[in-house]
Design a protein around this ligand. Structure first.
Ligand SMILES: [Zn+2]
Length: 285
């Protein structure tokens, strides 16, 4: 290699080094500028990063027996009464005898179930037992006469969805009975004022049925009402929106199934319980 070639190589190497240094310097200033320009975005990223929700820990020593359930069955009852009338197949279909109801409670207790309320879907926590939600639609008189004493006997609690305008009328619960049940740990939700088809209401009437019923029930019971039950299960986007506007937390449908804790808490599925239902079979499914 002669000296001329060597000089050429040196020059080439020197230029490469200078170019690299210039390139790195340029990159550095560019990054700095971008950072300055995106400071707002960066701040959001920095705030969001720690919010990543950790996986629930089930093997924590102090909570060794407790697990957050993945789904909760919700039983749907209407009447708890002895009833047989061939002219009223619907009424018969909606009735479970007190004896059968007591069998259900005994079976649930013997198999490790305890009652929780629909708000568990909004605020889940680790449990040491199998959870179940018992719901009673419409607020019939037998909720106090038959369901309530049996629930107390087995240390269980029910969620009763009340039709506000029916309260105190023949065949329905009175405010005094509701108050007594509330003091004993029973829970109450709105089933509207008049049990209309919510899909066919003017915006004003929809608000009256959903917000108005929440206000009346809340005032009477001295607590915020956050749980709702769609009359005949009927709902649409407008109905869901009104519930959210009025700060409800959950709503049960008449759709058949068991809702997972990941499901929309305004579309909770239920298991329709009849006098002939084998509850072991439906829970084992
Ligand atoms: Zn109803």
């Amino acid at each position: 290699m002669n000296s001329e070639t060597r000089t050429k190589i040196y020059k080439l190497a020197a230029s490469l080094i200078i170019l690299s240094v210039l390139f790195l310097f340029f990159q550095f200033t560019k990054t700095k500028k971008n950072n300055a320009a995106q400071k707002g975005d960066d701040n959001i990223e920095n705030i969001q990063a720690p919010l990543a929700i950790p996986e629930p820990v089930f093997n924590n020593k102090s909570e060794s027996e407790k697990v957050i359930p993945s789904a909760i069955p919700i039983f749907m009852y209407h009447y708890i009464r002895e009833y047989s009338d061939s002219n009223d197949p619907i009424g018969e279909n909606l009735s479970v005898s007190p004896e059968k109801f007591e069998e259900h409670l005994t079976w649930l207790k013997d198999n490790g179930y305890q009652t929780v309320f629909p708000n568990f879907f909004k605020n889940p926590e680790p449990l040491s037992f199998k959870p179940i939600i018992l719901t009673f639609d419409d607020g019939y008189q037998d909720a106090y006469d038959n369901a309530f004493p049996l629930l107390q006997k087995y240390q269980m609690a029910g969620m009763f969805y009340l039709i506000i305008d029916k309260i105190g009328t023949p065949g329905y619960l009175t405010w005094d009975e509701i108050s007594e049940m509330q003091k004993a740990g029973m829970s109450f939700g709105s089933h509207t004022l008049t049990h209309p088809d919510l899909k066919n209401l003017s915006p004003a009437n929809l608000e009256r049925e959903i917000k108005g019923s929440k206000e009346i029930l809340g005032q009477k019971l001295g607590q915020e009402i956050t749980d709702f039950c769609y009359p005949s299960g009927k709902h649409d986007e407008k109905v869901l929106k009104e519930l959210q506007t009025d700060n409800y937390q959950t709503a049960v449908t008449t759709d058949l199934g068991i809702s997972s804790l990941r499901d929309n808490p305004f579309l909770l599925k239920r298991l329709r319980i009849k006098d002939s239902t084998n509850i072991k079979a439906i829970l084992d499914k």
